[in-house]
Each structure stands twice: as structure tokens, then as C-alpha cells.
Design a protein around this ligand. Sequence first.
Ligand SMILES: [Fe+2]
Ligand SMILES: [Fe+2]
Length: 144
Amino acid sequence: MEMVFFEWKEEYELGVPHIDLQHTMIVNMMNELFVDLGSRKAPETTKKTLDKLLLYVEEHFEAEETAMRENKYSDILAHISEHDKFREDVLRLTERHQADQKIAAAELIEFLKNWLCNHIAEVDKKFGNYICKQSEEAKKAFFQ
Ligand SMILES: [Fe+2]
Ligand SMILES: [Fe+2]
């Protein structure tokens, strides 16, 4: 049986299609990274997968932050500071990973997984609920 490192769960679904799609892409890239780390692939291959993931996460954060701005989301500052904390922690961990591949790899991937699933299920979910409520209200106002 094939083991999936990061399994997609229904609770991650926000109901905002473009954000949900980005989250599933992140989950797929996380699984790719897990496979690379566990196999005896050259460190450069793993580094490429890691860089691709982190670049994508950054693009995703920017997309979310833009969507929050455009929708005048009241919790935007708290949400952005969570992203910023992640940016700092990842920088620290990837630096350690470069210095000591083996030890830091396990820590890095555990951190990424825990942070991402908690953040999606709680912090992103709140924003998703806000967006869904807004579009419900817009619909009601339109059909009134
Ligand atoms: Fe997100
Ligand atoms: Fe987020």
C-alpha cells in the first residue's frame, strides 16, 4: 500500500475555488518533497522540489493577501502576520537544512506539514467563511 504523507481532508476545503486549487497543489508538492527526501535522490533534486514548493507557497500567500485586501477582510493583519511568521521559520529551517541535510530534512517537512494543515484548516478557513458569507449576502441583495 502506498503511503500518502499529506492527505487532503474535507475540512481543508474553503469553498473558494482558486484558493482551494492552490492548497491542493501545495499538498501535492509536499507529497513530492516527502518522496524525494525518503528516496536516495541527489540532494540537488530534493533542493529543486523544495524550492519549487516554497516559491509556490509564496505566490499562494501573495494571492491570498491580495484577495483579503480586495475583499476588505477585517482579520487581514493577523492573517498576514501568520504568513510572515512562516516565512521567517522556513528561512531558518532551510538554512539549517543546507548545513545539515539529514537531520534538518525531517524537521523541515514535519514543520511544513503541521503548519500548513493547521493554517489551512483554521486561519484560511476563517477567510473562506468570510468570502462565502459575503457572496451569499451579495446574492440576497441582488435577488431582493
Ligand atoms: Fe492558504
Ligand atoms: Fe493563509
